[in-house]
Write a protein that binds this ligand. Structure first.
Ligand SMILES: [Zn+2]
Length: 484
């Protein structure tokens, strides 16, 4: 699906995924200088490091769409994540550190590559909730299942460990584990050989020295720091200082600075990145509201028919009836509900009209405190029109008045299904009223209201049948819901 013509668009789309899910990972993507297509590359993708005349090292993401044809967007997202993680975990640098330990091992390069790939692959799926079964051929890559679990005695080796941990295991079991020569992280191996590839994504370089590589990662870190600063509109020294503190606090390094900026890449990597993001955004000082949200979303899910307990018990169609049901046109209402269930589609609309401009900080803090590990949603801003927002930084106040009818109009006309639940963050007054198709799916997080009066033409115009709670309560980690 990636071609010479569309690869830039597709990479851009993948980058957008990074931005939504892991802001810092997205910023790290900017350390890549350029992207090219190379049909002679013996992998689907690789990052090449080439020393330029001025001594700096050019980092190129090389893509070969012909290496494995018919890879899906999902596969490519995995492959690009894989490449970026090799960089973020500073594997080329760690190669040299470990090579000094295993000097006498002949195929050290191959073994290191497998250890690094096992670590990176599990991390890729974990960080971006990639379901391996949705990949075209997940077994083509290195995992604990494909490398270790087939060996007697190693069936219980876990994912989420460091490259060094897997390297040690591979070394200890080098008699029983067949080391496939399928990698071409050739810059890391002293022989510089290029093995025949089997669909792996990898990293290559033109025989750079350990000094070159260390220098390159210092430069990369600087570029990353300035990119984060640029994205957050914060001063570079502030970001640099904070990243250093994050590194020291979270006990990620071994004291020799051998892990990447965010550590070695164990199963805690995802939460480390998330905590670092919150700290950089100043969101770690947000009051704890987890219990309140849990309470609120329990009700939201129940009302939207996503009550897990319910689904597991009485509402499930008895297995004995399934064969009858399948031959019949009749669908029991409960079964229909189960069939239509998947992930709850939640849309959050934030009033960015002029009367809400004074609430901007509390609205952002409120949205930022929604536990993203359990609740996913699409975010929108509205006043007289609805605008899609990628994150809270996209919530800009328009200066105009707010019309609640534009939300309902948007929900009905945007081409997708009406969401299972609609959460509106707003003050209680609008210029108009609306009678939505599904009022029971609407939830309001309201300011105390009344401040400065309703203004000309405004009234307390929230329709009946919805559920409301107060932002002030949620901020105090309380959730009191009432019907409108
Ligand atoms: Zn790799």
């Amino acid at each position: 699906m990636i071609t010479k013509n569309n690869y830039k668009d597709i990479l851009e789309e993948i980058k957008q995924f990074f931005k939504d899910d892991h802001f810092l990972f997205y910023c790290y993507y900017s350390v890549i200088d350029t992207t090219i297509i190379d049909e002679s590359l013996s992998a689907s993708a690789a990052i090449s490091f080439i020393k330029k005349e001025d001594g700096s090292i050019q980092k190129t993401l090389v893509i070969n769409p012909d290496f494995q044809k018919n890879l899906s967007f999902y596969d490519w997202r995995f492959i690009i994540t894989h490449e970026m993680l090799h960089l973020l975990l500073e594997h080329p640098k760690r190669y040299f550190v470990n090579k000094a330990i295993y000097q006498t091992v002949l195929n050290f390069g191959d073994i290191f590559n497998i250890a690094a790939d096992i670590s990176v692959n599990h991390l890729s799926t974990d960080m971006f909730d990639i379901n391996r079964n949705e990949m075209t051929n997940w077994k083509d890559y290195c995992w604990v299942e494909t490398i270790f679990h087939t060996i007697p005695g190693l069936e219980s080796i876990k994912s989420g460990e460091t490259t060094e941990y897997y390297l040690d295991l591979l070394m200890k079991n080098s008699n029983t584990i067949e080391i496939p020569s399928i990698q071409n992280h050739d810059g890391w191996s002293s022989s510089g050989q290029e093995g025949a590839e089997e669909g792996d994504a990898s990293t290559r370089s033109d025989n750079l020295s350990e000094f070159d590589i260390n220098q390159m990662f210092d430069d990369i870190t600087e570029k990353f720091v300035s990119e984060v600063a640029r994205e957050l509109r914060k001063p570079i020294p502030y970001v640099r200082q904070l990243l250093q503190e994050i590194r020291q606090d979270s006990d990620m390094g071994d004291g020799n600075g051998n892990g990447g900026i965010f550590g070695y890449g164990t199963s805690s990597f995802r939460s480390t990145l998330k905590r670092a993001t919150e700290r950089l955004l100043g969101l770690d000082k947000v009051p704890k509201m987890r219990e309140a949200w849990t309470e609120l979303f329990k009700t939201v899910k129940k009302r939207a028919g996503f009550d897990e307990e319910l689904e597991e018990s009485w509402s499930r169609t008895d297995r004995r009836f399934i064969s009858i049901m399948n031959q019949s046109d009749i669908l029991l209402p409960t079964e229909y509900e189960i069939e239509s269930k998947g992930k709850m589609k939640l849309a959050i609309f934030v009033n960015t009209g002029k009367y809400c401009s004074r609430y901007i900080d509390s609205f952002k803090k409120l949205i930022a405190s929604i536990p993203k590990d359990t609740i996913s949603y699409k975010l929108y801003a509205f006043s007289s029109k609805v605008h899609e927002a990628n994150d809270i930084n996209d919530l800009h106040f328009t200066g105009g008045g707010a019309y609640i009818s534009c939300v309902e109009k948007f929900l009905k006309n945007n081409g997708t299904h009406y969401p299972d639940a609609v959460l509106v963050v707003t003050d209680p007054t609008f210029y108009d009223t609306v009678s939505p198709q599904y009022p029971e799916r609407w939830f309001f997080c309201l300011t105390n209201g009344g401040y400065g009066g309703y203004g000309r033409g405004r009234a307390n115009t929230i329709f009946n049948g919805a559920t409301k709670c107060l932002i002030d309560d949620i901020m105090k980690n309380r959730c009191v819901m009432t019907k409108t």
